[in-house]
Write a protein that binds this ligand. Sequence first.
Ligand code: X2X
Length: 340
Amino acid sequence: MTMTLDRRTLLKGMAAAPAVGMAFSVPRFARAAEIQLRYGNNLPLSHPLNIRAKEAADRIAKETDGRVEMMIFPANQLGGDTDMLSQVRSGALTFFTPSSLVIATLVPTAALNAVGFAFKDYDQVWKAMDGPVGALVRSKVADARLYALETMWDNGFRQTTTSGDPIANADSMAGLKIRVPVSPLSIDMFSALGASPTSLQFSEVYSALQTKVVDAQENPLPIIQVSKIYEVQKNCALTNHIWDGYWFIANGRQWSGLPDDVKDVVARAINEAGLKQREDIRTLNSSVQSDLEKTGLAFNTVETDSFRAKLKENGFYAKWSKEFGDEAWGALESVVGTLA
Ligand code: X2X
């Protein structure tokens, strides 16, 4: 962690300062945080993830009497996901909230929840992520010398937007130039569906759609809203192909170096904020489609079975059950039933 302005540095600084400046400096310095936690993410401030993270930061400051400060760097201020992932590994960031798709570039098991059409509904999602799937992923994250806080935050069920014709069934995917996150599983899944996927960091998505580098993208509706993706897309097919969430990841060394009382306060504030964030997305899910329709985005449902059938036919499940291995695949199937 960045220990800034401890008492010693302060006194040194003050000794050098002209007397006239001191009167102003003292009260401010006396209240500076001893421990600064730096947290980066890829979402705009208006997304529930940032709203609840800010609440957690305020709570941490209050419950530690200002000893601990969590600084938030939203909206890719510190770079794209790939950059922030290396920053949290090196310790330049204390915390990063990668989507399961993104952390899976380092911890492949983390992509388990993103297996196409695995979850029927949110009951299954939280049963898996607060249960055997989440526990397994957290242990693999620990093997990578990172620490995953217990509560996973919600991104949502991913939907597919296009600038051209709406997606009606698996056949509409043929040759579609679609942006997906930096995620081998996503690339493989859209390739198996016959599309032509490209991985881009989220920070590039809006302009890639605007300049027609790609014609389509896939994201949960709250993100399509807060990131104004509706401005550069015409149709939204309710494909629900992947459920995606955010892990609250800490640099392992910094986390274990925190005093126990600080760890308790920080973990409780973040985990409880995560539960509230899940509720926010749930509430948003009931209104977001009609809000997006008002912007001109047109919605349609799809023939879901055609996607599953094509994935099976092209060996997607057979391949990924091997990639993940028996233990991981078994953890997922213990909640959702036999997948393929
Ligand atoms: O990059 C995306 O599409 C996003 C915002 O959903 C993730 O963080 C994976």
